[in-house]
Design a protein around this ligand. Structure first.
Ligand code: CTP
Length: 400
């Protein structure tokens, strides 16, 4: 959810500023782009060097850099950010924000930011309960800012009560929740198939293909980061999923892929079938290794179950079905034929004639055809970018 998001962190002068280091670290680990603005006073609690090292960006404190005369544009920072998180937010900064005071870079950025602003207050319990703080926070909420509530516990003063800044992990959860609200696939259940299938000849050998699963995994990752709950049915591969919105079901054969997919499709809003499924399997899989001396020269093959075709039959009006086609000749014609034959909404066409497309590569070049015969051609791109194009096309098709 936080991958590639531009997150601006504001640090003000509270002892809780040490937690900002952990927050920045977790955000960077989650794939976010992080920039930090500090108030001058906060640099007494944590050094800018710590936060610039962790965020991989220079920390900004002043309106301009006196050494080279460069302006630190609060307007640009506000426009860059997808969210502005002020953590810790002291009573003083909260009071200034509530009154439109902008006597430092952090406050000027707050006033010019167009993105959502979240505050993680940190102060002693009596300051937090003071009527002026309560009123200031209320006013800031009425402006659309959101509070990341502080916890209760021992405070730096030694007193016990409410006012401890929320833990970095809690702030991360808060942000994920907020981003998921506006994510295009929020709450959608999606089935994705990926990778090859292996059809066993005997305990040692199988019929397989060169699919790496990279395209399907990129689609699953992108769907999850756009809010979807993904069931990823995948054949043998070396890839990892690291998003808790992806439920991974490992299968080996085409028939196993069929069973797992039919089950997942029942609750799905959308299915994207990128797996390179074997069309045929050995009629019989030998229980013992076939020896050279046995003289077997031919293997009888029978068709596997076609998952995509079956989902096309089962599909309701509310469900969308996207297939893949890997062609070597008459690409558009064959792909259009597959849309009709398998009752698809969209088909993603790869041509093995295109350099950098297809199996194993980190890139792909696709053409998307919809059931109304609209054809969109895309440039050669990374599989992550291709996944984004596919998901955008699905949304566009759905909205028509
Ligand atoms: N597919 C499937 N189950 C199968 C075979 C294919 O779900 N048993 C899916 C693939 O995941 C892909 C699409 O069907 O989305 C590919 O269509 P298909 O007609 O099988 O393509 P080819 O296998 O290339 O068929 P042909 O050899 O006729 O071109």
């Amino acid at each position: 959810m936080l991958k590639n998001k531009n997150i601006l962190i504001g640090v003000t002068a509270s002892i809780a500023a040490y937690k900002s280091a952990f927050l920045v670290r977790l955000l960077v680990k989650a794939g976010a782009n992080v920039k930090v603005i500090m108030t001058k006073a906060s640099t007494e609690f944590i050094t800018p060097l710590t936060l610039s090292t962790l965020s991989k960006n220079p920390v900004l404190i002043e309106f301009s850099n006196t050494k080279n005369g460069e302006w630190n544009s609060h307007v640009d920072l506000g426009l860059w950010a997808d969210v502005f998180v002020i953590a810790p937010a002291t009573a003083n900064t909260i009071a200034k924000m509530a009154n439109g005071i902008c006597d430092n870079l952090l406050l000027a950025t707050y006033l010019s930011a167009r993105c959502p602003v979240f505050l993680a207050p940190a102060m002693d319990l009596d300051m937090y309960k003071h009527k002026s703080t309560i009123e200031n926070l209320k006013r800031l909420r009425s402006y659309g800012n959101k509070n990341i509530d502080p916890g209760t516990g021992e405070l730096a003063s030694g007193l016990h009560g409410e006012g401890r800044m929320a833990e970095p992990e809690e702030i991360i959860l808060f942000l994920e929740k907020e981003f998921s609200k506006t994510a295009p696939y929020n709450g959608k259940k999606v089935l994705v198939t990926a990778g090859p299938t292996y059809e066993s000849i005997d305990p040692v050998r199988y019929i397989g293909n060169h699919s790496s699963g990279k395209m399907g995994f990129a689609i699953a990752d992108e769907l999850a980061s756009q809010g979807a709950e993904v069931t990823l049915v995948c054949g043998p591969n070396n890839l990892k999923t690291n998003n808790n919105k992806i439920v991974r079901i490992d299968i080996t054969t085409a028939d196993e892929l069929f069973s797992a997919s039919i089950k997942a499709f029942k609750n799905a809003d959308l299915a994207i079938l990128s797996a390179a499924v074997a069309d045929f399997k050995p009629a019989k899989s030998a229980s013992q290794k076939i020896k050279k001396s046995s003289g077997t020269k031919a293997i009888d093959l029978i068709p596997t179950k076609d998952t995509l075709a079956e989902l096309g039959r089962l599909k309701t009006k509310k469900q969308l079905l996207v297939g893949f086609a890997l062609e070597t000749e008459n690409e558009i014609g064959n792909a259009k034929e597959k849309i009709k034959k398998k009752n698809l909404d969209l088909i993603i066409l790869n041509s093995l004639n295109d350099k950098g497309a297809g199996f194993k590569a980190d890139t792909n070049k696709i053409t998307i055809i919809d059931r109304n015969n609209k054809i969109t051609k895309f440039e050669l791109k990374s599989k992550e970018e291709v996944a984004k194009d596919i998901l955008k096309s699905v949304l566009n098709f759905k909205s028509k």
